[in-house]
Design a protein around this ligand. Structure first.
Ligand SMILES: NC(=O)c1ccc[n+]([C@@H]2O[C@H](COP(=O)([O-])OP(=O)(O)OC[C@H]3O[C@@H](n4cnc5c(N)ncnc54)[C@H](OP(=O)(O)O)[C@@H]3O)[C@@H](O)[C@H]2O)c1
Length: 260
């Protein structure tokens, strides 16, 4: 019998698909009330129709208004306090950086870095006075090394992992926990959006982590107060090995793999 989740109420960004949607299902099944955030409101409404206590907050986190709406909900003292914030919305861009559309790269940084930071800032400020809370930032195994072919994406995720580790220490002992979830390859809409659908034929089936495992590992890791969560044995080993190798070697290995 798994331990019940300790969260009183959650807010999940990017809850309309993939890892965020799966987290919303895990939370919904566990009876945790939640606020679900994404641009596709009709998908969020489906979650609201499935579980008893779901608030739909459609927002485009590429806009200042969208981020402000989420921050306002987190700060809203008149409503049920949110003690779990999952900063999950994000996307990637594959291919050589110099050939990518600069506006798309700016959006990637705006969503993966800026929106995540502002939402995390609001979350920690709301949680500290209550001496209770969890901030779960969705990063990636790509955050642990440079990845030619996913250069900007990996750099945004390196920021997320570094930020989360630093915040974890800043709030240590306060009752607030900050965790970075670092999944490896997981089949979601990410592949079509980041133009990495070719990975399906390049990487064998054992390299793919299920979205259910990723969502459960992230929520369980946050509940246990972990700093970093890498779902799946394969990726735990890869992260440990790549940390022990010279960076000059890991980036070249990554370049070789991305060219296959
Ligand atoms: N899949 C993988 O292999 C993998 C591996 C490591 C890390 N990750 C990370 O996991 C997180 C979730 O990705 P996923 O794989 O679940 O991909 P996904 O299926 O494409 O889901 C992305 C979510 O982000 C939301 N989103 C995108 N742009 C947004 C915006 N401007 N405003 C608000 N919400 C927005 C999307 O909702 P709307 O389109 O409805 O707005 C969607 O719900 C990302 O941070 C990603 O970098 C994924």
């Amino acid at each position: 019998m798994p331990r019940p989740l300790p969260f009183g109420a959650a807010l999940v960004t990017g809850a309309s698909s993939g890892i965020g949607e799966e987290m919303a299902h895990v939370l919904g099944r566990a009876g945790v009330p939640m606020v679900v955030v994404a641009r596709r409101a009709e998908r969020l409404e489906r979650l609201a129709a499935t579980y008893p206590d779901v608030e739909v907050l459609p927002a485009d986190l590429l806009t200042a208004d969208g981020v402000a709406a989420v921050v306002a909900r987190i700060r809203d003292g008149a409503r049920r306090p949110i003690d779990l914030v999952v900063n999950n919305a994000g996307f990637g861009t594959s291919g050589p950086m110099h050939r990518a559309d600069p506006d798309r790269l700016a959006d990637e940084i705006r969503l993966n870095v800026l929106a995540l930071t502002l939402i995390g800032h609001a979350a920690v400020n709301a949680m500290l006075p209550r001496r209770r809370g969890w901030l779960l930032n969705v990063s990636s195994v790509a955050s642990f090394q440079a990845n030619p072919g996913l250069a900007v994406y990996s750099a945004t995720k390196a920021y997320v992992t570094s930020l989360s580790e630093a915040l974890h220490e800043e709030v240590r002992g306060t009752g607030v926990v900050v965790t970075a979830l670092c999944p490896g390859l997981t089949r979601t809409e990410f592949q079509s959006i980041s133009n990495t659908s070719g990975f399906e034929s390049v990487f064998p089936s054992f390299a793919w982590t299920s979205v259910g495992l990723v969502a459960r590992a992230g929520l369980r890791g946050a509940a246990r107060g972990r700093t970093l969560v890498v779902p799946g044995a394969l990726y735990k080993v890869l992260v440990a090995v790549s940390g022990a190798l010279p960076r000059s070697l890991t980036r070249r290995l990554s370049r070789t793999i991305s060219r296959r």
